[in-house]
Design a protein around this ligand. Structure first.
Ligand code: B12
Length: 212
């Protein structure tokens, strides 16, 4: 088997040690980090999700696949960042309150860093007031919000309202993402933009901060 299908399989079965080892081998073999992410890690997580939806997998299986994808990403993140000396702007990113999913958000954070943004990652289950405090502390141009659940996506308008109430809304642009979101919901929630994947997130971020 060639390396990418082996890595795909390691993530699907949730073997984090093997995923790290194979990611290392992919890097040594000269595969581009983006290819490793797009052709092995993301499709593997999608397959784990498909198995969850068809009751072949349960929450512990998803947690293991999640750990395996993170083990691979940990090795790839520094390489994605390499070579970007420019400072495109700063971003505070978070998964919103009530939501513990962070794989997609981490991927977006890694790609933004790779594109030259300074990224402050607040993690998961971030309350609106934590985001407000982080904006006061870090003074970013951009806020990124992630939600994976139809219930927790409602923490997005709550967060944007809290930013507004704190008098900070005109100082930041808000970019949102996650499977339950779309352009229409972004408008409805008062965000400035929506992006459906990490590459689109980088393009949207550049546009929002006015970098061509
Ligand atoms: C992995 C996973 C988990 C893991 C999370 C591990 C982790 N550390 O993240 C665990 C096991 C913990 C988990 C728990 C739960 N999960 Co879950 N999970 C998933 C799963 C399989 C994959 C999500 C994922 O990581 N995808 C891969 C990443 C790369 O994709 P992504 O997140 O979409 O991110 C991309 C884009 O959306 C976008 N993006 C994401 N964030 C952002 C942010 C910005 C700013 C931008 C611009 C873009 C952007 O760019 C990313 C990269 O391309 C999905 C199903 C699926 N196929 O999506 C279910 C899913 C999201 N989970 C679901 C459910 C129901 C749950 C639980 C309630 C299960 C339970 N009964 O306990 C809990 C909730 C816990 C909580 N409070 O959050 C449902 C949600 C249903 C819904 N519509 O509300 C899903 C859809 C599965 C299903 N079909 O039932 N889950």
């Amino acid at each position: 088997m060639s390396l990418l299908p082996e890595l795909y399989e390691a993530v699907v079965i949730g073997d984090d040690d093997l995923a790290a080892e194979l990611t290392g081998e992919c890097i040594e073999a000269g595969l581009a980090p983006q290819t490793i992410i797009d052709d092995a890690l993301i499709p593997a997580m999608a397959e784990a999700g498909r198995r969850f939806e068809t009751d072949e997998y349960f929450v512990p299986d998803l947690i293991m696949s999640g750990r395996a994808i993170k083990a691979g990403l940990a090795l790839l993140s520094p390489l994605l960042g390499a070579g970007s000396s420019s400072h495109a702007g700063s971003v505070v990113i978070a998964t919103v309150q009530g939501d513990l999913h962070d794989i997609g958000k981490n991927l977006v954070a890694v790609m933004l860093e790779g594109a030259g943004f300074e990224v402050v990652d607040l993690g998961t289950d971030v309350a609106p007031e934590e985001m407000v405090a982080a904006i006061r502390e870090h003074r970013p141009q951009l806020v990124g919000l992630s939600a994976l659940l139809t219930t927790t996506m409602l923490s997005m308008p709550a967060t944007i309202e809290a930013i507004e109430a704190a008098g900070l809304r005109d100082q930041v642009k808000v970019l949102i993402g996650g499977p339950p979101l779309n352009e229409e919901r972004a408008r409805e929630f008062g965000a400035d933009a929506y992006a459906d994947n990490a590459n689109a997130a980088v393009r949207a971020a550049f546009e929002l901060v006015g970098v061509k």
